[in-house]
Design a protein around this ligand. Structure first.
Ligand SMILES: Nc1ccn([C@@H]2O[C@H](COP(=O)(O)OP(=O)(O)OP(=O)(O)O)[C@@H](O)[C@H]2O)c(=O)n1
Ligand SMILES: C[C@](O)(CO)[C@H](O)COP(=O)(O)O
Length: 254
């Protein structure tokens, strides 16, 4: 008699974690508390960002990277804002640059995590659909995924003039081929860890995580971003964020 084949062992479930760098000062926003701790609609920007990521069904753990002198304050803040207990939230100390902070967040991930979403605390209004789309693209096999939008402005490449004088234009890249990149950026954990080990440790910075992965020679793909995933960088961004949040709250009230 032919033996009945045993069922194939199902693949181990892969955990998806989010790392939220929130250790920046927010110098471009002007004087005040660290940017992530300032409020938007009466709630700290960081709390909005954490809520946005834990709303994604697949995200089981969020690592918040807090200002090094503000870990206890951030832990307290998150504890008082009634976040769901079904999702684990860790708080670790950040570093001097965004890159350092992301690396410190990665170091806090448990072994079973193999998909990582890195999301700026400074993008508190990212819709859950954008988070889900990035996670789904990584799960579908892409090693690195970034949400991005086409540009409305024409872009010039210049020779920077730090003194503020006129800057000679050296080129006009074809706008249709350019994208403005947002977060969360999603990665296979091993790919992101290698990028941080090999690229960042050489002092070869990049302004986003995907930039480091590109330098490894690994393909990065773009999925549609969202207008409301903009980064709060300057005071006017905060005005826009307040308006977007007020509109959301008004429509939720109906
Ligand atoms: N040492 C740093 C610097 C930045 N960030 C985080 O990286 C994200 C994107 O950075 P950005 O918007 O540039 O924030 P800041 O560095 O705070 O802004 P600024 O350059 O105006 O000081 C933010 O969520 C910020 O908290 C971080 O975790 N650690
Ligand atoms: C990661 C990022 O938000 C993608 O647009 C951006 O590069 C962060 O840049 P910043 O220099 O920290 O503002």
């Amino acid at each position: 008699m032919t033996p009945t084949p045993l069922p194939a062992t199902p693949p181990a479930p892969r955990a998806v974690a989010a790392v939220i760098p929130a250790a920046g000062r927010g110098v471009r926003l002007g004087p005040g508390a660290p940017k992530a701790l300032r409020t938007l609609g009466g709630i700290p920007i960081l709390v909005h960002a954490v809520r946005a990521l834990i709303r994604a069904r697949e995200v089981s753990l969020v690592v918040v990277v807090a200002p090094a002198d503000g870990v206890a304050e951030v832990r307290g803040l998150l504890d008082t804002h009634g976040l769901p207990e079904s999702k684990q939230i860790k708080v670790v100390a950040g570093g001097d640059t965004r890159q350092d902070s992301v690396r410190l967040g990665l170091a806090a991930l448990p072994d079973d995590v193999d998909v990582v979403l890195v999301h700026d605390a400074a993008r508190p209004l990212v819709p859950v659909e954008t988070v889900d789309a990035v996670a789904a693209a990584v799960r579908a096999g892409a090693p690195a995924v970034v949400p991005a939008l086409p540009l409305a402005d024409t872009v010039k490449e210049v020779v920077p003039e730090p003194g503020g004088g006129p800057e000679p234009v050296v080129g006009t890249p074809e706008r249709a081929r350019l994208r403005a990149v947002q977060t969360p950026q999603g990665f296979r954990r091993d790919v992101l860890a290698e990028a941080h080990e090999k690229i960042a440790s050489n002092g070869d910075g990049a302004t986003d995580d995907a930039g480091m992965v590109e330098r490894l020679g690994v393909e990065v793909v773009v999925v549609p971003g969202h207008e409301e995933a903009f980064k709060i960088t300057r005071p006017l961004d905060l005005v826009l964020a307040e308006a977007v949040l007020a509109r959301r709250r008004a429509s939720d009230a109906f």
